[in-house]
Design a protein around this ligand. Structure first.
Ligand SMILES: *Cc1c(COP(=O)(O)O)cnc(C)c1O
Length: 352
C-alpha cells in the first residue's frame, strides 16, 4: 500500500508538477527543480531515520535483489569473506546471489531459525566467538515471506549489512549500529524499482569486484545517485511518502500505530482455534503477519470471500502457503480492524 493522500497528490499534479506545466516524469533529472526534490528527499530521510553525517544516502536502481549483488560487489573486495545469517526466504536468496558472484568459498552462512513443535524462533549465537575475519555480516531483520522479525540488536564484530526492504522506517533504529542498510522501495517507501542504500563512508574503500557502473556505490556517491538516469517518478513518490511520514509525526509515531495494528491482529488469531500463527511471540513480524486456517480446505473460500469484502493480497507466499497480511506503514488501523471483523465472521460461519 501507498498512503492515499500521497497518491491523491500525485494524481492532482500528474500533468503539471510544481508549476512546470509538465509532469515530473517529463522534466530533466538534472533540472534544478528535480534536484531540489532529491535534496529534500535526502534531508527528509536523514531526519526520519536520524542518519549520521558519515553515512551516504543513495537512491539506486534494481530493487532489493539489485542490492544482493551490489553489496557483494562493493563491500567484499578481492578474496574477502562474508557471513550471512539465514532466517528465511529473502536471506537465503541473498546468499544465493552472493555465492554466484563471489564463489561458494567466500560466503559463510549461519542458520538462526529454530523450529520446535512447528513454531519458529530466532536464536542468534554469540558472534564474537567466531574467530573469522569477515568483511561484513549480512542479515534480514524482517523476513517478509515467513513473517519473522528480529527486534534485538545484533552484536557483531564485523560491519552489519541489513536488508530492511520490508521494515525500513516501521520503527526507530540506531543507524550508527549498521555499516549498510538497504531496502527495495516497494514495501514501505514507494513504487518498485527504486532502492535506498544507507552506507557508512569508510566501507567504500574496497575495489569493486566487477566494473558494473550502476552497481558502484562510489560512483553513485560521486554523482549524487545520478550516474545514469534515475527512476525519477519512483523517487518523486518516495519523496512524497517521506513528507507524509513526517506529517504523521515521524517514525516514532508511525511505530506506535504499527504496534497497535500488529497487536490487534495477533491477539485475534491467538484468541481461538480457527486460525494459527507459527512464529514465537518474540519474533512475530509487525509488518507481515502470517497465519494459517486450521482447516486448510477453507483457504480458497477464505480468499474468495475476503476479496468480495474488499480485502485483498492475503494469500501467503507460495513457498509457505497459508495467509499473510502485510501491515506496512500506509495500512491504517481501520484496515486491520476490517480484516479482523471479516476473519471473525468467516470463522463463525465455518466452525464445525
Ligand atoms: C521484497 C524483498 C526483496 C526483493 O525486492 P525486489 O525489489 O523484488 O528485488 C528483498 N528482500 C526483502 C526482505 C524483501 O521483502
Amino acid at each position: 500500500m501507498l498512503p492515499q493522500p500521497v497518491m491523491q497528490k500525485a494524481q492532482e499534479e500528474l500533468l503539471d508538477w510544481n508549476g512546470q506545466g509538465v509532469s515530473v516524469m517529463e522534466i530533466s533529472h538534472r533540472s534544478k527543480e528535480f534536484i531540489a526534490l532529491t535534496e529534500q528527499a535526502e534531508a527528509d530521510i536523514r531526519d526520519l531515520m536520524n542518519i549520521p553525517s558519515n553515512y551516504h544516502v543513495l537512491f539506486m536502481h534494481g530493487g532489493g535483489r539489485g542490492q544482493f549483488a551490489a553489496v557483494v560487489n562493493n563491500l567484499l573486495g578481492e578474496q574477502g569473506k562474508a557471513l550471512y545469517l539465514v532466517d528465511g526466504s529473502w536471506s537465503s536468496a541473498a546468499v544465493e546471489e552472493a555465492k554466484k558472484l563471489a564463489g561458494d568459498a567466500q560466503i559463510d552462512t549461519l542458520n538462526i531459525v529454530e523450529k520446535t513443535n512447528g513454531i519458529s524462533r530466532i536464536v542468534v549465537p554469540d558472534l564474537n566467538e567466531i574467530k573469522q575475519d569477515y568483511r561484513y555480516l549480512h542479515y534480514c531483520p524482517n523476513e517478509t515471506v515467513d513473517g519473522i522479525e528480529i527486534f534485538e540488536e545484533i552484536n557483531s564484530p564485523w560491519p552489519i549489512v541489513a536488508d530492511m526492504s520490508s521494515n525500513i522506517m516501521s520503527r526507530e533504529i540506531d543507524v550508527s549500529r549498521y555499516g549498510l542498510i538497504y531496502a527495495g522501495a516497494q514495501k514501505n517507501i514507494g513504487p518498485s524499482g527504486l532502492s535506498i542504500v544507507i552506507v557508512r563512508d569508510d566501507l567504500l574503500a574496497y575495489p569493486q569486484l566487477t566494473q558494473a557502473s550502476i552497481m558502484d556505490y562510489r560512483l553513485a556517491v560521486k554523482h549524487d545517485s545520478m550516474f545514469n538516469t534515475p527512476p525519477t517518478f519512483a523517487w518523486y513518490l518516495a519523496a512524497e511518502v517521506f513528507k507524509w511520514l513526517k506529517a504523521q509525526g515521524g517514525v516514532a509515531e508511525v511505530a506506535k500505530v504499527n504496534d497497535r495494528k500488529a497487536e490487534t491482529l495477533y491477539a485475534y488469531i491467538d484468541s481461538g482455534d480457527f486460525y494459527e500463527n507459527r512464529v514465537a511471540v518474540a519474533n512475530r513480524s509487525k509488518m507481515n503477519v502470517t497465519f494459517y486456517l486450521k482447516d486448510e480446505s477453507l483457504n480458497e473460500p477464505f480468499l474468495a470471500e475476503a476479496k468480495a469484502a474488499g480485502l485483498v493480497a492475503l494469500k501467503g507466499h507460495r513457498s509457505v502457503g497459508g495467509m499473510r497480511a502485510s501491515l506496512y506503514n500506509a495500512m491504517p488501523l481501520v484496515g486491520v480492524e476490517a480484516l479482523v471483523s471479516f476473519m471473525k465472521a468467516f470463522a463463525e460461519k465455518h466452525v464445525a
